[in-house]
Write a new protein. Structure first.
Length: 161
């Protein structure tokens, strides 16, 4: 009986690559945007992080660069987590949220480091309140498409192999 239990425990990890929860990294002066090369901590506004199953990650100076990189055909497909800052939190510099669950305010009068038109919020009500103050529209992650990036693609996009 002990041998059967041991076999079950050993084989339970054999079904393929195991995904471990990946946390956001705290940004320092060593972190530069994967798209434009800006030092992230030098600029205000929402930032982004994309983490991969191999433990590597890319960081972005704004949500525009994060989405631009995400939608590139040669962006790695082994994405395990995507993070951004909650702009509805008073201490947004340290509050990382799941970018796929965030609510984004688009076409607002406010902007971030690169004129970001996508201001992320964890709470949909806070996003709506932001719209009341500064205009715009609230969208989910899956509602942001490559076509929405075209007016802003003045960046020289560098993707990593």
């Amino acid at each position: 009986m002990t041998a059967i239990c041991l076999l079950v425990l050993v084989c339970s990890g054999c079904s393929g690559e195991m995904e471990r929860p990946v946390g956001a990294v705290e940004l320092t002066r060593k972190h530069a945007c994967a798209v434009c090369g800006m030092i992230l901590v030098d600029f205000p506004g929402a930032k982004g992080q994309i983490h991969y199953t191999d433990g590597k990650y890319d960081v972005f100076c704004g949500t525009m660069d994060m989405f631009t990189y995400y939608w590139q055909p040669d962006t790695p497909k082994n994405i395990v987590a995507i993070y951004t800052n909650d702009m509805g939190d008073a201490n947004w510099k340290t509050k990382w949220i799941d970018a796929r669950k965030a609510f984004y305010v688009c076409d607002t009068k406010k902007s971030g480091a690169m004129g970001d038109p996508f201001m992320p919020f964890l709470d949909e009500e806070k996003a709506g309140n932001f719209v009341k103050l500064y205009g715009g529209e609230v969208l989910g992650f899956d509602n942001i498409t490559p076509d929405m990036l075209k007016p802003f693609q003045g960046h020289n996009i560098h993707t990593k192999p």
